[in-house]
Design a binder for this molecule. Structure first.
Ligand SMILES: CC(C)(COP(=O)(O)OP(=O)(O)OC[C@H]1O[C@@H](n2cnc3c(N)ncnc32)[C@H](O)[C@@H]1OP(=O)(O)O)[C@@H](O)C(=O)NCCC(=O)NCCS
Length: 312
């Protein structure tokens, strides 16, 4: 095998939905501020007893069913998350147990909001190296667990959910080379720390970095895959903020692409956002099978990772 490909996708969002009007009842905010600053209208919020691994398992079960593979075919599970409930068993092991997988390597990967594209690259590398054949790659977060519901500057931004992909060995490399990295000196601009653990960020620093530095890196992702931005059929950026997504997509030059705007309905779901948005686009058949799609995630650590994939 010379590469890997996305075989199938699945996603899950909790049934609880919080509107901007709902938030205006608990903090001093309003729909106009939230929509104008970040473009979010609603976000899904998990129930207190709804865990990250339960959401991850729901998304993974859908992706597995859509792939036509059996549970025992999966030999690698990677879960991108920064809101894992416990250190052991990790989220990947819990998903593997829930799905009845036989003996997979099972790892959590924490690169905050850019975790999924890091995990996808890791699965691709494992498959190319001959260490795995069929991988489940999942992004799952209960981001609402780590916000202060009295802090209007953060609680309006986040949501919960999960997205999953089955990634399999392929004769053709249909997951392009990853471009990944970080800005360690600016890592403190996004923090999820303390007791209780709380999300905080220097919003304007992150905004400036994302809108000025990321378009050129995303263009390099396309270049490494031999794809012109104008030939992209889809662009799925980390769903942090519409005021980042729209200018970055424009600066990439993806003039013919469907640009994912799931943040409007789902808020920022951290590592879940890219697979969640991609899975919805594919479910709605907005991107044809085989068409090139840029995935590009960014966030905590001021990290980034992206690749061009062929739509399943
Ligand atoms: C977070 C973000 C929306 C904040 O917007 P901003 O224009 O930078 O806002 P500021 O933090 O400067 O605050 C401006 C004012 O709005 C207020 N404000 C903050 N949150 C508010 C809310 N939910 N409702 C109403 N007012 C709010 C602030 O208190 C401040 O008021 P003041 O001027 O009286 O002090 C913006 O910085 C951003 O999108 N950054 C990128 C962050 C990101 O995407 N991170 C995720 C990466 S994974």
């Amino acid at each position: 095998m010379t590469g890997s490909r996305l075989l199938a996708l699945g996603h899950y969002q909790p049934s609880g939905v919080l509107t901007n009007a709902d938030l205006a009842k608990i903090v001093d905010t309003d729909d106009a501020w939230i929509r104008s600053r970040v473009g979010i209208r609603t976000r899904h919020v998990a129930a207190p007893d709804e865990s990250v691994d339960a959401m991850a398992s729901e998304a993974a079960a859908k992706a597995l069913a859509a792939s036509g593979l059996a549970a025992e075919d999966i030999d690698l599970v990677l879960v991108a998350t920064c809101t894992a409930t416990d250190r052991s068993p990790n989220t990947a092991a819990r998903v593997a147990a829930k799905l009845g997988l036989r003996a997979p390597a099972a790892m959590d990967i924490n690169v905050v909001c850019s975790g999924f594209t890091h995990a996808l690259a890791t699965a691709d590398h494992a498959i190319r190296a001959g260490s795995a054949t069929h991988a489940l790659v999942i992004g799952a977060e209960k981001f609402t667990d780590v916000v202060d519901w009295t802090d209007r500057s953060t609680c309006v931004l986040v949501g919960d959910g999960a997205g999953a992909a089955v990634v399999s060995a392929s004769d053709e490399p249909l997951i392009g080379p990853v471009v990944w990295g970080s800005v360690p000196q600016m890592g403190n601009a996004i923090r999820i720390e303390g007791e209780p653990t709380r999300f905080a960020q220097e919003g304007q620093t992150v905004y400036r970095w994302a809108t000025t530095q990321l378009p050129a890196i995303a263009r390099t992702v396309c270049e490494r895959s031999g794809i012109l931005p104008a030939d992209l059929a889809g662009v799925v950026l980390h769903q942090a903020n519409l005021r980042i997504i729209e200018p970055v997509a424009e600066r990439i030059g993806a003039v013919n692409a469907v640009v994912a705007r799931d943040v409007v309905d789902s808020g920022n779901t951290s590592a879940a956002s890219v697979p969640l948005a991609l899975s919805k686009l594919v479910e709605r058949r907005e991107i044809p099978a085989g068409a090139p799609v840029l995935l590009f995630a960014f966030g905590g650590n001021l990290s980034y990772a992206g690749q061009v994939i062929r739509c399943p």
